[in-house]
Design a protein around this ligand. Structure first.
Ligand SMILES: Cc1cc2nc3c(=O)[nH]c(=O)nc-3n(C[C@H](O)[C@H](O)[C@H](O)COP(=O)(O)OP(=O)(O)OC[C@H]3O[C@@H](n4cnc5c(N)ncnc54)[C@H](O)[C@@H]3O)c2cc1C
Ligand code: FES
Ligand code: FES
Length: 479
């Protein structure tokens, strides 16, 4: 057993004792270590000022550091990780080429956002070098989606990113990875970590097995995967939980299975890795993840975290409804599978027993196509007002299979069975879609909030279904 968190920061070893375990990395860096280069602005994962780079020991095969938001990264989800902060970017004799480019292209003014933007661009350049790819505008914009700049404007920042000569950049992994660090982490990784702060009555445990994680869940420990979601609530003071079980060191939970019948993702698979794995078979789902949050959130947050958070505007859930996905739930008494629609009982109420954790989501490979739509006030890093996922099969211009699920219109994702009934076994004709959308106002009573009124949401539901009709029709005409 180990009673501290082991971390490497810019190549230097840190043993973090239990009194700091619940602290976010941003506070630990700034307040405990005095490393003020990392900035804190929103403390919600929204602005990117606190961006640092992370490599987990468990991802041994990966040769790059990924960007994360340190303001929503409690230290107990970072055990056996190597972190590079803005202080570790430059070398002893020169600043990093990304820093040089930002200065040359006037990408900084007050400078508050700059460390985060530099780190986001370093993660881009290192990823592109590892994948043997070139810089382009789309990549620069994608990698900086999670970074806000309030005074410079983005022109200089994008130009700085575009100007990078990758042949001049030595990736951080080459600079920082060492046999000694790997050996230390390998030894440390074998232990369960128990962090008790008796004074504050906080208990945090990092088990090594699913069995042990389940035992702790039974003892009322809150299960934490990437921690991106729960940390926002903790930072705002809404979450007073004192007992956490962090799944970060359970190696069996990092599995991705891809066979003839299904793809499955275990609880600790990040949204970034889900996006990559789905590119081939569930391309529409992978594309929808491109407008999910930001790279920083997707590198640490998980698909299971999104499912277990269970918000009716959770972006992944409508697709999981219409793809007939199921969850694997494990308790001390064994394992059971449950279909996604059966898992959601009401607003944030789940068919998950007190002694169960979610270990896997399984998406069957069926002969079906998908369309996914998200409407939000802005394209990137925003929450849905309404979303729609449709799984369908059309043969000889007839809809022979259709499932429809809306997000953001009810206490849970809404499976629109009445609309499916109207459209099933009908020809792909506008009149049937018009008939279906005429039913929507009588089926749904969405809530009104600052994102949109109930009437607006109903209109969106109707328009999205017509959009589906028009897209599918024109695709078939082109084919
Ligand atoms: C800035 C920001 C942007 C976001 N953007 C989007 C967006 O565009 N679309 C969207 O849908 N969501 C968005 N989210 C929310 C999103 O749900 C999460 O960030 C992410 O998917 C959560 O994963 P996690 O592993 O970090 O979850 P965690 O924070 O670790 O956990 C979330 C919840 O799930 C529970 N849980 C986790 N794992 C398990 C398990 N194995 N068994 C049982 N319970 C478990 C936890 O107890 C907790 O209640 C955003 C969040 C932030 C902070
Ligand atoms: S401080 Fe804004 S994302 Fe962390
Ligand atoms: S330079 Fe001031 S916020 Fe970006």
């Amino acid at each position: 057993m180990r009673d501290y968190i082991l971390l490497f920061i810019n190549g230097k070893k840190h043993k973090v004792s239990s009194i700091y375990a619940k602290q976010n990395l941003s506070e630990y860096l700034r307040d405990t270590l005095g490393m003020k280069g990392t900035k804190i602005v929103c403390s919600e994962g929204d602005c990117g000022a606190c961006t640092v780079l992370l490599h987990r020991y468990i991802d041994k095969k990966k040769t790059t550091f990924s960007s994360i938001n340190s303001c929503i990264a409690p230290l107990y989800v970072l055990d056996c990780c190597h972190i590079i902060t803005i202080e570790g970017i430059e070398t002893s004799n020169s600043i990093h080429p990304v820093q040089e480019a930002m200065a040359k292209h006037h990408g900084t003014q007050c400078g508050f956002c700059t460390p985060g933007i530099v780190n986001a661009l370093v993660s881009m350049s290192d990823d592109l070098i590892a994948a043997n790819k070139n810089v382009d505008m789309k990549k620069v914009k994608n990698y900086t989606t999670g970074n806000l700049c309030r005074c410079t404007g983005y022109k200089g920042i994008v130009e700085a990113g575009m100007s990078l000569d990758l042949s001049e950049i030595k990736p951080l992994f080459e600079r920082y990875d060492s046999k000694e660090i790997q050996e230390e982490l390998e030894i440390a990784f074998k232990d369960e970590v128990v962090l008790d702060d008796k004074e504050k009555e906080i208990s945090i445990i990092l088990p090594k097995t699913i069995k042990r994680a389940v035992e702790l869940k039974t003892e009322n420990y809150s299960v934490i995967s990437g921690g991106t979601d729960i940390s926002v609530f903790v930072n705002k003071g809404y979450n007073k939980t004192k007992k956490f079980v962090s799944l970060i060191n359970v190696d069996e939970l990092y599995e991705i299975q891809d066979n003839d019948d299904f793809v499955s993702f275990s609880s600790r698979v990040s949204l970034t890795d889900v996006e990559k794995s789905c590119e081939e078979y569930f391309e529409e789902f992978a594309n929808s993840l491109k407008v999910f949050a930001s790279p920083q959130i997707k590198n640490k947050g998980t698909l299971i975290g999104n499912i277990a958070n269970g918000s009716p505007i959770g972006d992944t859930i409508p697709f999981l409804y219409v793809s007939d996905a199921s969850l694997e739930l494990v308790s001390a008494n064994g394992q059971r599978d449950i279909l996604i629609p059966d898992f959601y009982l009401g607003y944030k109420q789940f068919a998950l027993k007190d002694d169960e954790i979610i270990t896997k989501v399984k998406i069957p490979k069926k002969d079906k196509e998908f369309k996914i739509y998200k409407v939000s006030a802005r394209k990137d890093l925003d929450i849905s007002v309404v979303s729609l996922a449709i799984g369908y099969k059309i043969e000889d211009e007839k809809i022979i299979d259709i499932s429809i699920a809306y997000g953001g219109v009810a206490a849970t994702v809404y499976k629109a069975k009445a609309l499916e009934e109207v459209l099933l076994n009908k020809e792909l004709k506008e009149e049937y879609f018009k008939e279906a959308i005429s039913l929507i106002p009588s089926l749904l009573t969405p809530f009104s909030d600052h994102r949109g009124s109930s009437e607006f949401r109903i209109k969106l539901c109707q328009n999205l279904l017509m959009k589906f009709y028009s897209e599918v029709t024109s695709q078939r005409e082109v084919a």
